[in-house]
Design a protein around this ligand. Structure first.
Ligand SMILES: Cc1cc2nc3c(=O)[nH]c(=O)nc-3n(C[C@H](O)[C@H](O)[C@H](O)COP(=O)(O)OP(=O)(O)OC[C@H]3O[C@@H](n4cnc5c(N)ncnc54)[C@H](O)[C@@H]3O)c2cc1C
Length: 472
């Protein structure tokens, strides 16, 4: 049998995870990538932002250490200084912008190098450059042509900018320029209160910046569990963030040493820096889609089915360029599914109902399965229990009270349909609920599972106990 040839445009999780599967299945795989192995996920988006948040979470934890009986020499325990105010050796904790941004950039490069090493070890060829479809079974990179039986498009997406708020990489930035700044913003205006806006607002506030969050909606994180979003917004405000609800930003410009952001109602917000977090647009222009017969929707996302097929024979697409669900885990799964399907393996079509996701604010919001909105609208019939973490012994010991565990179960069978956890490390805690949803466990089964005492996961088993079905 002749070796199957696979060409992949884009080396983010959608592309490189597919490449690994293709190589494992014996195909000759070529990845064309213009930024670097790992793609935007590793080099500019997910990995850098979570590295920033590793530092900001530590700062947030330090901020509460005085209550835990910790004193630092020379000042009050763990007081976090406003950005740029405390000098080296001064009281309290201070984030060092050069060190922090340098760490973020080098960690991203190291992760990219690890991806490159792994791809090379599996025999995947990586070509640096910009690829495009050049005819049936053909990908072009400059003058070079790659012949392929299967092509996978995994070109990702880029931050959306407003026509009258153009990033200058210095005072007006998107998430991709943040780590080049030589200083921490003193007064950061974050435009957009979706996941990206909320995460950065939370992180920079914990780093000591004065943050103004401009939100066009009634409350932050409008697409998330409303109880969770409301709690996070309350925490933001309590810690001193200015959250401007129902306020749409229409322009941003430099003004002296800082920036001004104009709102639709005529108000002007002033700060030292402005971060635009107003969504992502797919990177689907200029790669030969129309000529190849690859359909895109009105927002230019590539149309795919649940096994990642586009409308053109032999052409698959995965990840953010499809707009299915903009998460690294989903991009990777779409890419793997494309390879399994193209290379003749048994494959289960993409199922999104069981995707676990986390918003890395402080506290974090982790979710899986059905959501409260579905239950409230009557689309899903479920019993719901919400248990505040304030009464959990471990939460008291760790010195926090903002959080809860929420579980949804099917009334007839008690099967766990979903859950929401708001807690400092909700991203780690959600796995127990994910397992229950995926394996169709019942509340009774979780209730009979041992949790460590004292632990936050004890609140998951406690919530399940409250949902136990009385025996007939
Ligand atoms: C600030 C931020 C934080 C995030 N945090 C998380 C998180 O915590 N968890 C999570 O799951 N997701 C997170 N995401 C989303 C996650 O980064 C994306 O879902 C993921 O990167 C999608 O992977 P991808 O492979 O589709 O695309 P990308 O990672 O964007 O990679 C696509 C690559 O293709 C390259 N490319 C594009 N066009 C061409 C071309 N013509 N030729 C060659 N190369 C090309 C690009 O340069 C890019 O490197 C975050 C996103 C942002 C913006």
């Amino acid at each position: 049998m002749t070796e199957s040839r696979v060409a992949i445009i884009g080396g983010g999780p959608g592309g490189y995870e597919a490449a690994l599967v293709g190589a494992q299945l014996g195909a000759k795989v070529t990845v064309v990538e213009e930024t670097g192995p790992g793609g935007s996920c590793v080099l500019t988006d997910c990995v850098p932002s979570k590295t920033l948040i590793a530092t900001s979470s530590m700062m947030a934890a330090l901020d509460g250490t005085a209550d835990l009986g910790i004193r630092f020499d020379g000042g009050p325990g763990g007081r976090v200084e406003p950005a740029g105010q405390a000098g080296p050796g001064g009281p309290g904790a201070r984030a060092d912008a050069a060190q922090l941004n340098g760490r973020i950039r080098s960690l991203a490069q190291a992760q990219s190098a690890d991806v490159a090493t792994r791809l090379a070890a599996e025999g995947v060829e990586v070509i640096a450059g910009r690829g495009r479809l050049a005819g049936p079974g053909l990908v072009a990179v400059g003058d070079q042509l790659i012949h392929a039986d299967t092509v996978l498009l995994a070109t990702g997406a880029a931050p959306r900018v407003l026509p009258d708020a153009v990033p200058d990489g210095d005072r007006i930035v998107t998430c991709r320029e943040l780590y080049g700044l030589g200083e921490l913003p003193r007064e950061l205006i974050v435009v957009g209160s979706g996941v990206t806006g909320a995460e950065f607002a939370s992180a920079y506030q914990a780093l000591g910046c004065q943050v103004t969050l401009v939100s066009s909606r009634d409350h932050v994180l409008p697409h998330e569990d409303a109880d969770a979003a409301m709690l996070v917004e309350e925490v933001f405000r309590r810690r001193g963030m200015a959250v401007l609800s129902r306020s749409r930003a229409v322009w941003a410009r430099r003004a002296g040493a800082g920036v001004e952001v104009g709102l639709e109602d005529g108000r002007i917000v002033r700060g030292s820096h402005c971060l635009l977090a107003v969504g992502m647009v797919p990177a689907t222009a200029g790669i030969g889609l129309e000529e190849a017969g690859v359909d895109i929707d009105a927002r230019r996302f590539i149309t795919v089915d649940r096994v990642s097929r586009t409308t053109a024979p032999g052409v698959y697409a995965a990840g953010d360029c499809t707009g299915v669900l903009m998460l690294a885990s989903v991009a990777a799964m779409q890419g793997r599914i494309a390879m399994w399907h193209a290379l003749g393996e048994a494959v289960q079509p993409l199922r999104l109902r069981h995707v676990a996701a986390t918003i890395f604010t402080d506290p974090q919001i982790a979710t899986v399965g059905v959501c409260q909105a579905d239950v409230d609208s009557g689309a899903v019939n479920a019993r719901v229990v919400k248990l505040p973490l304030a009464t959990n012994a471990r939460a008291k010991m760790d010195g926090f009270k903002d959080g809860f565990v929420k579980l949804f179960t099917r009334p007839s069978s008690g099967i766990v349909l979903g859950g929401v956890i708001v807690a400092p490390r909700a991203s780690e805690l959600i796995l127990g609920v994910s397992l229950a949803v995926e394996q169709q466990l019942t509340a009774d089964q979780i209730a009979h599972t041992f949790a460590v005492y004292p632990s936050l996961s004890g609140s998951i088993t406690e919530a399940a106990r409250q949902l136990m079905q009385p025996s007939e």
